[in-house]
Design a protein around this ligand. Structure first.
Ligand code: DP6
Length: 346
């Protein structure tokens, strides 16, 4: 069935639907830790690259005849925490729009859900965009970014093409909420490759949300990392403007390793890095000593993303495959921000 929701937004009418596509983003300066869990306000600013691979496509359709929301993920009903996060987000959309109809949400991920590969970033960016359109919320991209943050703070950055900064904002309550959103960061001459090594596609044992909470509450290294991350961010902006891959890579790698150090020092420790992760990290060091500029970053999972020049991507991919036999490798470039799909429907 085709729904012409884009041609006729028909605010307030039942049965409205919208489909949005969003890509994952990988942080070069990490977001780790919240100062307000309810409003999803980060402690630190973060900066990322939106990818051109592994998109999420989400359709939100209002169903006035339903009694509850229906949520499917890759064709299967979503359960537990995933379902709760989506329905909480729908509640927020209903509160904001004053339209209290349940919704049918269908999400297709081309990235494994919950494996530390930014599926929640692309997922909530697509859900924010499709949901806002279906519920008739009139938001600009900054407003959509702020809204996506309430689903997953990293999602605020997937609204934008290329490089984006998410501001942690200042103050508390409404002031913090208004001040925490993402916006594009200029990097006019910087178009590197990011070689993504999927060393383990299973869901992680500790969610990033639980891990960052534990880190903030118990890690003696957290504050030191947050302070150094602020300095990293300022340097990163200059390096991006210069299009200096070595500087961008060095800053990104130390920022990520520092974030993992804060987790290792949490009580009990959170360790996402597996033997295969370490083998890939070693291969990145070998590439550098062979004169190939390559720099690693890791998120809340064992997978490694390697930043390099596009001309070196095939060699980097080969080195990574050699280090972690059986891993799948995807090469990404900077990609587009979230967008609505016109004329899409079920
Ligand atoms: C390590 O955005 O998944 O990928 O806000 O609780 O949903 P919530 O967490 P999430 O955390 C991402 C953390 C990270 C670093 C980053 O993307 O900046």
């Amino acid at each position: 069935m085709r729904t012409d929701h884009q041609a006729e937004p028909a605010v307030g009418a039942p049965g409205r639907a919208a489909t949005a596509v969003a890509h994952p983003n990988i942080a070069l300066i990490k977001y780790w830790g919240k100062r307000d869990e309810r409003l999803m306000i980060p402690y630190v600013d973060s900066l990322s690259m939106t990818l051109d691979v592994l998109p999420t496509t989400t359709t939100v359709r209002l169903d006035p005849t339903a009694r509850t929301d229906s949520v499917t993920l890759d064709g299967s009903p979503a359960e537990g925490e995933v379902r709760r996060r989506v329905t909480d987000f729908l509640e927020l959309l209903r509160e904001r729009s004053g339209c209290f109809e349940p919704a049918v949400v269908d999400t297709r991920n081309s990235v494994p859900t919950g494996a530390g590969l930014a599926s929640s970033a692309s997922g909530f960016a697509a859900l924010a965009m499709a949901g806002a359109a279906a519920y008739g919320l009139d938001l600009d991209r900054t407003g959509l970014s702020r809204l996506a943050r309430r689903g997953s703070a990293s999602a605020s950055r997937s609204l934008f093409d290329g490089f984006a900064i998410c501001h942690a904002g200042r103050g508390a309550g409404a002031t913090a909420d208004i001040g925490s959103y993402a916006e594009p960061v200029p990097a006019p001459d910087f178009d590197p490759a990011l070689v993504v090594a999927l060393v383990d596609e299973g869901a992680k044992a500790v969610s990033s949300r639980a891990a960052m909470r534990r880190t903030v509450e118990t890690s003696p290294l957290y504050r030191a990392w947050a302070a150094s991350s602020r300095a990293d961010l300022a340097e990163m902006r200059t390096a991006l403007l210069r299009g200096d891959l070595d500087a961008v890579g060095e800053i990104a790698e130390r920022n990520a390793l520092g974030m993992h150090a804060t987790m290792l020092a949490a009580r009990p420790a959170v360790r996402y890095l597996s033997p295969a992760t370490v083998a890939v990290l070693d291969s990145v060091l070998r590439l550098r000593s062979d004169g190939v500029p390559a720099y690693a970053t890791m998120d809340a999972g064992p997978n490694v993303k390697v930043l390099c020049h596009r001309a070196d991507a095939a060699r980097v991919a080969e080195a990574v495959r050699g280090a972690a036999p059986g891993c799948s490798v995807v090469t990404a470039r900077r990609g587009p921000g979230a967008r609505l799909q016109t004329g899409a429907g079920w």
